[in-house]
Every structure is written in structure tokens, then in C-alpha cells.
Design a protein around this ligand. Structure first.
Ligand code: ADP
Ligand code: MG
Length: 577
């Protein structure tokens, strides 16, 4: 049995799974749950914590935490965590490291290989950054696969003999993906995929946060800078409210003070389902575009879809489910837990790579989500104008795919051509995304019209390789992303050293740390007398943790839990609840 783990590296939660004889199984984290918040924090001691403890810390010390960094994968954005700055892929690698530690603890052996999932709509830079994050975490990344494809694999694994057209709708914390696929006799054929990488459940939360702040005549972006503690606490309130609205008609949101604490008689905001629907109206409008597009690319009408599968925590929202029901004319299926299904699928993919006998009769094909091409010049009335886009690989072509096209020089004795690569569907390159470029410098002298061959190869990981050469010239080749946003060896070494220099908080004490940070958060929500009591218990607990004496820690933990109970504060053991 292989130990290649499947990892769902999510915007808000990450989790991993492994394939066993009976199928894929989820791997628990140190809190006994499966969902690890994708949050990185730095404790006062300078040690790094990942997951639930960091999520608690985010409320009381937002400046020492980072979250939602998946949204910036593949960009050069720097993220500050306490005194240190990180690249998004470094933060992701810390999350991956923590998952690997959980997996090693669960399996009782070293874990060195993984399949990592990404939103189908992630472009090259984002995929490459994900791969780098895996490598920095000490993993050999066997495959990068699309999240909806992974979800569909779970479905295909369980319903192998059916013939159906499926549409997977994946609304996570930060991204939205739609995938249309066909299942027949164990073959899973992805037909089309579309999405938006800047639309997710967190945006719905932000709409509520904004609405509350609006009452206070504040704008979210400004409040976030000027009143970070208040916004951090308010966001937790709004997140809880959003989730409660899934089951309840009306919720109340308490407005924190400037210092981020909740006063004894806080100002309250009432939000009902209708208000929430109104607040999310413009977000919901953006949901339909990728669905329309995926169906059109698959040449199917909504009525021709047999099953709609919902993936991602945010698909629990009634507004989303109502929308899906009216769009497809039937309710969606949520047979598997929408938070867990992607990781389970990644583990099935790992088994497929390892040729596990249990998945022998399962075959899968995937597609390239974007149109990829190069810049060309066009001739109008004897004038050549550059800046036009020429597609080489069309979106939703089945992968792996390799295609060569021939282009021609535009001036006599032209020695050089710059092959500029773009992604998108617009006619002009300015409206598409630049992926990088490649020079062909050895064109033999000759008249206009010397051929230049350009080959695009899109592999199973969704990474693009571009090759270009002139007649008799040598082949110039680049995996584009390495060229643009990837790291060279020095940079990788540097990143490894920087990460190694970090002190990671020991996994075996993470549970204590989470409890302590939870108490710290609660201090801001209770009255003065209660506060005194909890504060005293927390001091005792912190002291015990610092002493590293196991018995002392256990004793202090019991005291803290008793105080919480006396104060009527509910403590969730993990983030699955
Ligand atoms: P990701 O894969 O991007 O990390 P998840 O699939 O874990 O995302 O989904 C996280 C999102 O789902 C968050 O925005 C969270 O608020 C939302 N979510 C989770 N549970 C619920 C619920 N019961 N009602 C509404 N939204 C929810
Ligand atoms: Mg997800």
C-alpha cells in the first residue's frame, strides 16, 4: 500500500487523506479533526503555529497571523507575520508541513510524496507556486490535480457502473469552480471547466462585515487598517452568523469595541436570510457566468445534466442551493461531505498513480481550463500591427496535449523573434494574461516569411511547456512558469534555509496552545468578573506550558476547562464542528 497522500490545500481549510484497501480515508490532525484552518501564526515566543491555534490567535493578534494566502499564490505579494515577511508559497508550505506531520503521526512512517489539488481555474503561476510549496515542505509532488476533478473521482469511485452527465459546483472559501463531466463504465471524462479565482465564501462573509461597518459609517478596507482588532473580531461574528443562517432564519451580530473586545451590552445587528440574500446579490450574479460557460463548452443544456454535485463549505448556503435548484431544475446532491470530498479524491488519484488494484477499472481524463497562445502581428492595408492573440491550445482540450503551429517572420533578414505567451480568450493580448516569453535568436538570414515553429505542451499537472525553433536553428524550450514566477536553485535554497530557521511549535503541544489561544480570545467577550477568573486560569496554564511538565500541563488544562464550563463557554475541540 502506498503512502502517497492526497492533499486539499484550501483557502480556508486544508486536509489530507490516504488510500487504504477499502478506499480513501481522511487523516486526523492533532486536535482529532480533519479540517486544519489554512492559517499561520507566530506566537509571542517566535514559534510558528498552523491551524486552529493560529486561527484563534488571528482574533487577538491579527498582525501575527496570515490567512487566505492561497489567493495570492503565484504572485509576488509579500505577507507580514509579526516581524517576518513571507511569500504565499512559503506560508502554504508551512500548512503542508503541518499536514505531513499529521499524516506521519497517523501512518507511523515518513511521508515524502503527495498529490496536491488546486482550483481548476488556477493558472500556470498558481500551479507552479503550489508545486514549489510542496517541495519546500519536503514533498515530491507527484501530481497537481484540479479540485472538482478530485471531487468527481470520489463520485466515480463509488458509482462506477453508471452513465451520467455531472456538473460539479465548488464554492470554497476563496475560489469558485464549475466542471462538467461524463461518467461511463468507470471512465471519468472531464468535458469542460470554468471558474473564478477571486470568488468564495469569504467574500460573502465580507459582505456582512461591510454592512455592519457601513452602519458605523466605516468602509471595510479603511477599518481593517485603522481598527484591525475590531474587524478581526467582527469577522468571526459575521462568519458565525453566515453559518447560522444556513439553519436559522435570523441571527444577531454583536459589534465589538475599537479594541476588539465585545462590551457587556454590545450594539447588535439583526440579519435575516432575506437581508443576507440582498447583501450577496452581486456575488450571486457572478456565480452564473462560469456555469453558463462550462455548459456551453460541453455543449449541454442545464436540463441535460443528470446530477449536480456540491463541493466546498460555502455550497451549504441556502442562497447558493436555491440558485442551483432553479438553474438546473433539480436539487443538487451532497452525498459526500463538501469539505472532505476533494482530499478523498486526491487520495484516489494517488492510488491511480501508484496503480493500486482497487482503482484498476477507473480511468480519468482532464482538460486544460484556459486558452493558451502567442502574440502575433496582423497586417492591415500593408501595415503590420502587433498585439494580437493567436490561440494554440483551446480551452477545454483534453490533456495531456501537445500542438505545434508555424509562424513566419515579418521583416527581411529578421534574426530574432520574441515568443510571448498569453492565456485568455481576448482578441488582443492586452486583455489576456501574460505568462512569459521565450526568444529565438538564431534565425538564418532570408526574406520575410521564414518559418518559426512553436509547440505548446500542456501536461497532466496543468503546467505548460513552450518550445520554439527556426528552420535549422536549435530548439529553445521553457517550462514557462519556471521562467516567470518559478524560483531558480539559489532562490529555492534560500527559501529552504529561511523556513528551516523558523521554530515550529511542537505538534504534541498544539492542543494546549489552541486551548490557550481560545481562552485569550474569550477574554474579550466576557464581563469583568468572569474575565478575572479566566485570566487567572490562563496564567496558570501558560506557566504550566512554559514549564514543559506534562503532569502540570494536564492539571492546568483541567482547571481551564472547568472554568470555561463554569462560565458557560462552549469550547469546540476542532474545526470540523
Ligand atoms: P476552501 O477549500 O477554499 O478552504 P472550504 O471548502 O473549506 O474552502 O469552505 C470554506 C468556506 O465555506 C468558508 O467561507 C466558510 O465560511 C464556508 N462555510 C462552511 N460551512 C458553512 C455553512 N454551514 N454555511 C455557510 N458557509 C459555510
Ligand atoms: Mg476547497
Amino acid at each position: 500500500m502506498s503512502n502517497v497522500i492526497g492533499i486539499d490545500l484550501g483557502t480556508t481549510h486544508s486536509l489530507c487523506a490516504v488510500f487504504r484497501e477499502s478506499g480513501p480515508v481522511l487523516i486526523p490532525n492533532s486536535h482529532g479533526g480533519y479540517l486544519t484552518p489554512s492559517v499561520v501564526g507566530m506566537l509571542e515566543s517566535g514559534e510558528i503555529v498552523v491551524g486552529s491555534a493560529a486561527k484563534e490567535l488571528r482574533v487577538t493578534h491579527p498582525e501575527r497571523t496570515a490567512s487566505c494566502f492561497k489567493r495570492y499564490m503565484g504572485s509576488d505579494r509579500k505577507i507580514q507575520v509579526g516581524p517576518k515577511t513571507f511569500q504565499p508559497y512559503e506560508l502554504s508550505s508551512l500548512v503542508l508541513k503541518s499536514l505531513v506531520a499529521d499524516a506521519e503521526n497517523f501512518l507511523g512512517e515518513e511521508v515524502t510524496e503527495a498529490v496536491i489539488t488546486v482550483p481548476a481555474y488556477f493558472h500556470d503561476h498558481q500551479r507552479q507556486a503550489t508545486k514549489i510549496a510542496g517541495e519546500l515542505a519536503g514533498l515530491r509532488v507527484r501530481r497537481i490535480i484540479n479540485e472538482p476533478t478530485a471531487a468527481a473521482l470520489v463520485y466515480g469511485f463509488h458509482a462506477r457502473d453508471q452513465e451520467r452527465q455531472l456538473c460539479v459546483i465548488d464554492l470554497g472559501g476563496g475560489t469558485f469552480d464549475v466542471t462538467v463531466m461524463e461518467v461511463f463504465e468507470g471512465t471519468l471524462e472531464i468535458r469542460s471547466t470554468a471558474g473564478e479565482s477571486m470568488l468564495g465564501g469569504e467574500d460573502f462573509t465580507d459582505r456582512i462585515v461591510s454592512a455592519v461597518l457601513h452602519h458605523e459609517k466605516l468602509q471595510l478596507e479603511i477599518a481593517e487598517l485603522k481598527q484591525p482588532l475590531r474587524v478581526a473580531r467582527l469577522r468571526v461574528e459575521c462568519e458565525q452568523a453566515k453559518r447560522k443562517l444556513t439553519a436559522e432564519e435570523v441571527v444577531r451580530i454583536r459589534l465589538p469595541d475599537l479594541d476588539g473586545s465585545i462590551p457587556e451590552n454590545p450594539k447588535e445587528f439583526r440579519v435575516d436570510r432575506q437581508t443576507f440574500a440582498r447583501l450577496s446579490e452581486t456575488l450571486m450574479k457572478r456565480i452564473s457566468t462560469p456555469i453558463d460557460r462550462a455548459l456551453r463548452d460541453a455543449s449541454l443544456s442545464p436540463g441535460e445534466i443528470d446530477d449536480v454535485l456540491l463541493v466546498g463549505g460555502a455550497t451549504r448556503m441556502p442562497v447558493l442551493q436555491d440558485y442551483v435548484r432553479s438553474y438546473f431544475g433539480k436539487p443538487a446532491i451532497m452525498e459526500h461531505n463538501p469539505d472532505e470530498v476533494v482530499a478523498l479524491g486526491a487520495a484516489i488519484q494517488a492510488a491511480l498513480i501508484e496503480n493500486d488494484a482497487a482503482v484498476n477499472d477507473l480511468v480519468m481524463t482532464d482538460v486544460c481550463p484556459f486558452t493558451l497562445g502567442v502574440e502575433i502581428a496582423k497586417e492591415f492595408g500593408g501595415q503590420t500591427t502587433a498585439g494580437y492573440f493567436y490561440p494554440i491550445l483551446h480551452r477545454n482540450s483534453t490533456i495531456p496535449i501537445s500542438r505545434e503551429e508555424v509562424f513566419y517572420t515579418v521583416s527581411p533578414n529578421q534574426k530574432q523573434v520574441e515568443v510571448r505567451v498569453y492565456q485568455g480568450d481576448a482578441r488582443k493580448i492586452v486583455d489576456n494574461i501574460a505568462l512569459g516569453s521565450l526568444s529565438v535568436k538564431d534565425i538564418a538570414p532570408g526574406p520575410v516569411g521564414q518559418p518559426i515553429h512553436i509547440r505548446f505542451t500542456y501536461d497532466l499537472n496543468g503546467l505548460l511547456e513552450v518550445e520554439a525553433y527556426s528552420a535549422g536553428g536549435k530548439k529553445h524550450r521553457t517550462v514557462l512558469t519556471n521562467h516567470v514566477h518559478g524560483l531558480n536553485e539559489d532562490q529555492i535554497r534560500d527559501a529552504v534555509e529561511r523556513l528551516q530557521a523558523l521554530k515550529i511549535y511542537p505538534r504534541e503541544n498544539l492542543e494546549y496552545q489552541k486551548l490557550a489561544r481560545f481562552c485569550e480570545r474569550m477574554l474579550g467577550e466576557i464581563n469583568r468578573d468572569e474575565r478575572k477568573q479566566l485570566d487567572r486560569a490562563l496564567d496558570y496554564f501558560e506557566e504550566a506550558m512554559a514549564s514543559c511538565d506534562k503532569e502540570e500541563c494536564e492539571r492546568a488544562e483541567r482547571v481551564v476547562r472547568t472554568v470555561l464550563e463554569e462560565l458557560g463557554i462552549e469550547y469546540f475541540e476542532n474545526d470540523d464542528e
